[in-house]
Design a protein around this ligand. Structure first.
Ligand SMILES: C[S@@+](CC[C@H](N)C(=O)[O-])C[C@H]1O[C@@H](n2cnc3c(N)ncnc32)[C@H](O)[C@@H]1O
Length: 195
């Protein structure tokens, strides 16, 4: 139930999905959070025992480092890390704001063999089918919000240019075998293991 959700008091369509990210990368000690914003996901993962590097181009939101978190200014399309540096690379609501293919190539490059890439994102509704699918999220969203306190961090937000199907095709083109699913609250989840 939402009241039991770890982010019930900081509820938005991204924090709603943070436990899902944490569950997926539970076995990954060193994590890169691209487009980390003000660092809530990074701190959540650090609290769960991960070492987390957060990178974001916006200096106005980047927080200070913690015991298990390091934050730095940077761009996902040119990551300042050696190949195969991380056990997991995650992004939440970021890739529609940048050059998707280039971002994925970079995220894949810094992921160690066997590591996990987790992308939760958003796309534009293109065509009737995508509009209807997104409309179906409205009742679920109203129910999910019950008992929560909404929270919107002051991060840079942009609308998406690519549609849902276009985004899926682009991701699976760069990352063959990547899973894809729609999540509640106008998000998709794509997971790829670097095998
Ligand atoms: C909607 S916010 C999401 C922030 C955070 N991931 C969350 O879950 O709330 C999008 C973030 O992506 C960042 N961003 C935009 N372009 C980026 C890029 N090229 N590389 C890395 N981060 C980028 C923005 O600065 C912003 O902090």
């Amino acid at each position: 139930m939402p009241k039991d959700h770890p982010f019930a008091d900081r509820w938005n369509h991204n924090t709603q999905q943070y436990p899902r990210v944490a569950e997926l990368i539970a076995d990954c000690p060193l994590v890169l959070d691209v487009g980390c914003g003000e660092g809530t996901l990074a701190r959540h993962l650090a609290d769960l025992g991960h070492q987390v590097v957060g990178i974001d181009p916006d200096p106005d939101v980047l927080p200070t480092d913690g015991e298990s978190t390091h934050f730095m200014i940077g761009d996902v399309t040119g990551l300042p890390f050696a190949d195969a540096s991380f056990d997991a690379v995650v992004s939440v609501m970021v890739l529609h704001q940048t050059r998707l293919e280039l971002a994925l190539v970079e995220m894949r490059r810094v992921l160690r063999p066997g590591g996990l890439l987790v992308d939760i994102g958003y796309a534009r509704n293109k065509g009737l089918g995508e509009k209807l699918r997104s409309a179906a999220d409205i009742p679920q969203n109203l129910i999910a919000k019950i008992g929560t306190t909404s929270w919107e961090p002051d991060t840079i937000k942009m609308d998406a240019l690519l549609g849902w199907a276009e985004t899926r095709e682009a991701i699976q083109g760069i990352l063959p075998g990547a899973t894809w699913q729609r999540l509640p609250g106008w998000r998709y989840l794509s997971v790829w293991r670097n095998n």
